[in-house]
Write a protein of this length. Sequence first.
Length: 366
Amino acid sequence: MKKHVSTLLYFILGFCFVFFTGLSTTYAKPKRGEKPAPISSVNNPLEMVKPFSNLTADFYDFVLRYNGRLIPGKDLQPWITKIQNSAEDYFNSIGVQYELQMVKREDMEFQGSFIEKLSYPLFIISGVSEARESNGQFFEKVLSDSRLQSLKLVFDPFLPLWSGPIQGFFEPSSNSLYFSVTALSYRTGGLGDTLEHELLHALENENLLKGSLTLAAITLMADQRTPEVYSDFLRLDEIETHLLDIEFLTEQAPQLEENVLDKGSLKRLREERNKNLEFKKETVQRLLKNSLKYLSKLRENINTIAMNCRADDVLPLRVCKTSEVAGESYDKVEIRFPATPQTDLQKMKELLDWSLQRLSLYQRAF
Ligand SMILES: [Zn+2]
């Protein structure tokens, strides 16, 4: 199997190009007694993203061949062109318009292969016409949402080269939602929905800025990080984005199996989906338990500990910090909110009471 090296690594990273590289076009759902009708791959969302997804997988195979070495710029250049063309073809095929914005990144390392510098265009999503499949519909929904008019949707074709094993992220300081090709193929194949996950972070950030009660107001941190995810940094709305992921993997994802034209890959797809689901469930349980413990202790002691409050460096908010309350998993907290007529202490108590109640509800329901 040509892609076995990168397949293994992508699994370790949590990527999953493999399901989108070996799919044939023979899957049909015949009714009893009927001849199976050939299903066209036209307008099949998984088939539409496949050429781009495959090319990206080939690119990381190429990158990994330089294990321990620097990749010369002249060897990278053809890939930048090919990947840009493939991204343009993909977005055109799903009716998505974009503007290109050059970016230059330096000193990157991917799994032991090094890149000194790389200049390439980011795709800033600017419009959608006649969305026919789910990725296009997602962008259409976001662009027409009055709450999200300043949100920037940024497709970075080389995201894994510089951001590690993630498929996307929301950056509050620039109000940008970044995503990779994996995010696009996962949601059409039902393996995860990074776009909706990050969008919920963006919406909670809007709530935070306008002064609504939100779990995004509270961030827990720890000096020591453990191998567990979010062990050193947890903004509490992460719990809600994970609950959304669980809903996607349970409710919508099984229905997306009809996009898979090759029955042979369904077994592995289900296995991988269930693995993701179990991981998300374990993560939510752990985050709920640890954050409830920490917040309860903080709430008990809030009148007597020193909270250092000032203007936030990045967002137009106040931020109150302390490292005087140490839980088992976290030992620092930051609480953010817009300036209000209330005192900082009153506001923090309100936010803590509300968050404790909300998290307890989730814990009981989960
Ligand atoms: Zn998240």
